[in-house]
Design a protein. Sequence first.
Length: 41
Amino acid sequence: MARKPNYGFEKRQKELAKKAKKEEKNKRKQDEKSPDAPDQE
């Protein structure tokens, strides 16, 4: 018998990934604002 997929877990992982991406973007924006920060890329 096949196991039922855990949609709650999937949804949580997706939301966590989205949140992490958003935070990374915000951090990058802040770095761009401060000119004394060395460029990473």
